[in-house]
Design a binder for this molecule. Structure first.
Ligand SMILES: *[C@@H]1O[C@H](CO)[C@@H](O)[C@H](O)[C@H]1NC(C)=O
Length: 313
């Protein structure tokens, strides 16, 4: 069977829908969510950087997560917004590769930062007296930079194999950004190695290793919580972990729903993917700030200070 072979210099991003009215609705929704993501995460970043009460490892990691969230949603959502505004749905081959590379690295970085945070929670709860020795600035920097660097390195094999794909049956990507599955689905080269690599690597690096580390931390944490006699003390300790656990659940729920649950129609799959990539970065800072007294106090304090300044002017 001879297929229509195209030499691809650019791709066409088909987006969610080609009905103008639906495009307009999606544009407004995505713009709104994107702005909320930026405002929410920037607020959290500024609070963590400027308020000395929040100068603890947990909040530094949280700031890392906020930074990642803003970058991820910029990478994944900007094409929807730009296409609607300019009508240009083309993306150069190289830009498409860069977009996939950034998306895959940034989203795994988030997972690694969450894993590092479980170590922080373990030390805070099980070794409170040694906390400042075991998690000092140097170790935090080391952990955070390991998460970032490793996240960016582990995607290189994918990019290398994808760049070797020489044959595309079409240059239309039926998605709203360049992701692995839509790219593979229009390739007419043999992609078995790529698909196999992505499932093995995905299983080991995104599931087995982080989950093993997270579970180990939480087994120790739960054991420590069981030893606490008073109910109030127990609840207080558990409280400090609940936001972290909520984020981990959210992260894996989206991963599983995205890549493991088969979906019958491509359209619903895209909408689902839009929901995942757009909503998670909004929810992250919300979960931490709404549930957290320190963040709320810092926010109120900052607000008072701003008001005072405005009154002074
Ligand atoms: C990320 O974490 C490191 C180590 O805790 C910290 O020094 C750095 O400022 C954080 N990055 C951001 C963007 O807040």
């Amino acid at each position: 069977m001879k297929q229509n072979q195209t030499i691809v210099t650019y791709f066409i991003i088909k987006g969610i829908s080609d009905v103008p009215e639906i495009q307009a609705v999606i544009f407004v929704l995505v713009l709104l969510i994107y702005l909320i993501t930026l405002v929410g995460n920037l607020t959290l970043l500024l609070l963590v950087w400027t308020d000395s009460h929040l100068h603890t490892p947990m909040y530094f990691f949280l700031a890392n997560l906020s930074m990642l969230d803003m970058m991820t949603s910029t990478v994944t959502l900007h094409k929807i917004l730009l296409t609607f505004l300019t009508g240009d749905n083309k993306v150069l081959y190289v830009a498409c590769m860069v977009q996939f590379y950034m998306f895959a690295s940034l989203s795994s970085d988030g997972l690694f930062v969450l894993t590092a945070m479980s170590y922080d929670r373990y030390v805070a709860i099980c070794q409170p007296l040694n906390y400042h020795v075991m998690i000092n600035l140097k170790i935090c920097l080391l952990l955070a930079s390991f998460c970032w660097v490793f996240g960016f390195i582990q995607v290189i094999p994918y990019i290398w194999i994808i760049s070797k794909i020489s044959c595309y049956s079409s240059n239309e990507i039926d998605h709203f950004f360049c992701d692995l599955v839509p790219l593979v689905s229009i390739s007419c080269s043999d992609t078995t190695i790529l698909v196999r690599l992505s499932s093995i690597q995905g299983l080991i690096i995104y599931a087995i290793i982080p989950l093993l580390l997270i579970f180990t931390s939480y087994i120790f944490i739960i054991r420590a919580i069981m030893k606490i006699r008073s109910n109030i003390g127990r609840r207080k300790v558990f409280y400090t972990c609940s936001s972290h656990l909520a984020l981990i659940l959210l992260m894996y729920a989206t991963l599983i729903s995205q890549y493991m649950v088969p979906s019958n129609s491509l359209g619903s799959k895209k909408l689902f993917s839009l929901f995942n990539t757009a909503i998670v970065p909004v929810v992250n800072p919300l979960i931490y700030s709404l549930k957290n007294k320190d963040v709320k106090t810092a926010f109120r304090w900052r607000l008072e200070k701003c008001k005072a300044q405005i009154a002074f002017l």
